[in-house]
Ligand binder design. Structure first.
Ligand code: NAP
Length: 248
């Protein structure tokens, strides 16, 4: 099949392209650095010619709530309109477990807008909500680190390997549209502060961690808010296995 990946130069997008190619598909790569801009629509119709399914693994860097909703909203509208013109039969959106339970997070507001547009949109769809990736804790501390210290919330998460996310997106894209897919998570719950400490240790990065609910994430993400719901699909690779592989 000819399957496009929006966000193909990104972390999960690049792994998804490889996963699709490994399964024998023709993967079309979409990203601004590849000459296709979802905000303006530039290059999009050409990229989607003959495409049967699209995986949306785009991202928006740190912004306020209004900007995040506008950024994800505009990209999604342009992508869905071009998919409709091209006759795409499955729009697969990578989303986040627990989005509806969390208030006050700008990125999540943008992702909710993306989900709303997909579910109400003109193209048959599958929304795949996953938990945080194994590298999430270190990504958080790299954003908050200052003068050798980094703030991080003591979130309870059930993280998943980036490669497992990509493999599942490739599998879903080659099937028909399924609507809302079950939550997808890794095998075990973890404490985000402990994940950050262990990841930075494996990567040889020294940083003092300061647990707090007053940084990037607030108390609406505490308790079980970020954990997968009953009936979740559990991916195989544990956080420990990922660390043993060098925390790639
Ligand atoms: N991190 C987590 O733990 C986690 C958990 C669950 C779900 N997610 C979701 O996973 C998704 C992907 O995350 P990621 O970390 O893989 O993203 P990433 O590495 O930041 O990659 C983002 C991709 O989006 C593309 N992009 C951004 N703006 C674009 C535009 N205007 N037009 C075309 N392409 C554009 C970028 O390409 P160019 O720069 O070339 O345009 C890049 O390929 C996000 O939506 C995130 O919410 C993340």
């Amino acid at each position: 099949m000819r399957i496009a990946v929006a966000g193909a130069t990104g972390h999960i997008g690049a792994l998804t392209v490889s996963a699709l190619e490994g399964r024998g598909h023709d993967a079309v790569r979409i990203g601004r650095s590849l000459g296709v801009d979802l905000l303006t629509g530039e290059g999009l119709d050409d990229a989607l010619r003959g495409v049967a399914a699209v995986v949306d693994a785009t991202n928006a860097s740190a912004m306020d709530r209004e900007e995040a909703v506008a950024y994800f909203g505009t990209m999604t509208r342009n992508l869905l309109a071009a998919e409709q013109r091209a006759g795409v039969r499955n729009h697969v959106l990578l989303s986040i477990v627990g989005l509806d339970r969390v208030e006050g997070n700008a990125h999540y507001a943008g992702k909710r807008e993306q989900q709303r547009l997909v579910a109400d949109g003109p193209v048959p769809w599958t929304i795949v909500p996953t938990t945080q990736f194994h590298d999430f804790a270190a990504m958080v501390t790299s954003r908050t680190e200052k003068d050798g210290a980094a703030t991080i919330a003591p979130l309870l998460v059930q993280p998943i390997a980036p490669q497992d996310v990509a493999d599942i997106l490739a599998e879903v894209a080659e099937g028909g549209p399924q609507g809302r897919y079950p939550d997808v998570a890794g095998p075990e719950p973890q404490d985000l502060v402990d994940m950050a400490r262990r990841t930075n240790e494996v990567r040889g990065h020294a940083v003092r961690l300061v647990p707090t609910w007053s940084g990037l994430f607030g108390p609406s993400m505490a308790g079980n808010a970020m954990l997968p719901r009953d009936g979740a699909r559990i991916a195989p690779t544990s956080f420990e296995e990922w660390l043993e592989a060098g925390a790639p």
